[in-house]
Ligand binder design. Structure first.
Ligand SMILES: C[S@@+](CC[C@H](N)C(=O)[O-])C[C@H]1O[C@@H](n2cnc3c(N)ncnc32)[C@H](O)[C@@H]1O
Ligand SMILES: [Zn+2]
Ligand SMILES: [Zn+2]
Length: 329
């Protein structure tokens, strides 16, 4: 079966961000006509501007962009009208803007249409729909607490998800790696947040070990959306086996493989081997069970648990399958 990489929302979320990637260096920059006034995030908005003027003041510039602070102020106004925030609220109380494309920023970003997913813990359906319909930059609204990690923490935990209130929550991070850029898509209601840094420490850790071998084989035991294994393939790994206990993560890995130029055969939508390609396989399984269906020996095993989760115990079986294991802390 060929991999279908269209977005579940029915729109061209993957196609349209592919276009953005080509012009990433100018993507978030203002033009000479953009309104560049910053707002203070922790000071009540009503102390900084006349709220009645907002709609006139912060229309998008003819270039199609708007300062992130002005987008957040627009959302706050809707939240105030819906009585979900009071008149003294600050931009900080709106929620967290998850930009798509996500990349390290040098200054305040100027957003185009459909370029952020709003994550907020205090919103209802009506207000979410208004934000989605009235604020062009918002492509989706998620309800959830950003301090709660989305996904499956460990073998014993039930999954956490954020609730999609309106629109679509698929977004993309671009990571600079020693083997060029990689593109990591995530349905952010189901895949944990990770903010792109100029130098990804996990990739740096893997690369150090990777370079001790020639075209090593890699077992990415807790692959999430696939970042480390996809980097390894780009860096010339001879084989990568991806695995995650959380099906949405394993599925996202398969999509990200295809997006990054590694053609994927999608096999089935249930635990076990879910997808494969020329020199990789994607499994959805508990790390503790890997040994029962993988009988090969890998050069490097990578275990990247969520912060605070101790995988020392679980790593024993992986150690038997690999020459060397990196546990990313
Ligand atoms: C920090 S994330 C991995 C991120 C990934 N390496 C990346 O860079 O994109 C941790 C992952 O471990 C997975 N996980 C948790 N317990 C697991 C288990 N028992 N077996 C396999 N995967 C597990 C979670 O579902 C989550 O995707
Ligand atoms: Zn979508
Ligand atoms: Zn402009």
């Amino acid at each position: 079966m060929d991999m279908d990489i269209s977005c579940t929302c029915g729109k061209d979320c993957i196609e349209s961000s592919a276009k953005v990637m080509k012009s990433l260096n100018i993507h978030y920059l203002p033009c000479k006509n953009c309104d560049t006034d910053d707002l203070e995030k922790f000071r009540p908005l009503n102390e900084q501007v006349e709220l009645n003027d907002i709609n006139d003041r912060w229309k998008s510039c003819p270039c199609g962009r708007r300062h992130l602070d002005h987008v957040m102020a627009h959302i706050l106004m809707i939240m105030m009208e819906e009585k979900l925030r009071d008149g003294n609220s600050t931009l900080r109380q709106v929620g967290t803007p998850l930009l798509t494309i996500g990349c390290p920023l040098k200054g305040p970003p100027y957003l185009l249409k459909d370029s952020m997913v709003l994550l907020t813990d205090h919103i209802n359906k009506k207000c979410s729909l208004r934000v989605y319909e009235e604020v062009p930059e918002v492509k989706g609204v998620l309800k959830g607490d950003m301090r709660v990690t989305v996904g499956v923490k460990d073998s014993e935990s039930l999954p956490n998800t954020y609730q999609l209130m309106a629109g679509c929550d698929l977004r993309c991070d671009i990571l600079e790696t020693p083997s060029g850029q990689i593109y990591i898509y995530k349905n952010q209601g189901q895949i944990h947040l990770e903010f792109p840094k100029p130098l990804n420490p996990k990739i740096t850790a893997l690369y150090k070990t990777f370079n001790k071998y020639q075209n090593p084989s890699i077992l990415d035991c807790t692959c999430g959306p696939g970042t480390l294994g996809i980097f390894a393939l780009k860096a010339g790994a001879r084989k990568v086996v991806f695995n995650d206990i959380w099906y949405p993560a394993a599925e996202m890995t398969a999509i990200n493989l295809e997006v990054n130029g590694f053609p994927v055969n999608f096999l089935k939508q249930e635990p076990g081997l879910i997808a494969e390609g020329e020199n990789f396989q994607v499994y959805c399984a508990d790390i503790r069970d890997l040994k029962s269906f993988l009988d090969e020996k890998f050069d490097i095993g990578v275990i990247d648990p969520f912060p605070g989760v101790d995988f020392t115990e679980l790593s024993h079986s992986v150690r038997e399958m690999c020459h060397e294991v990196i546990i990313i802390q």
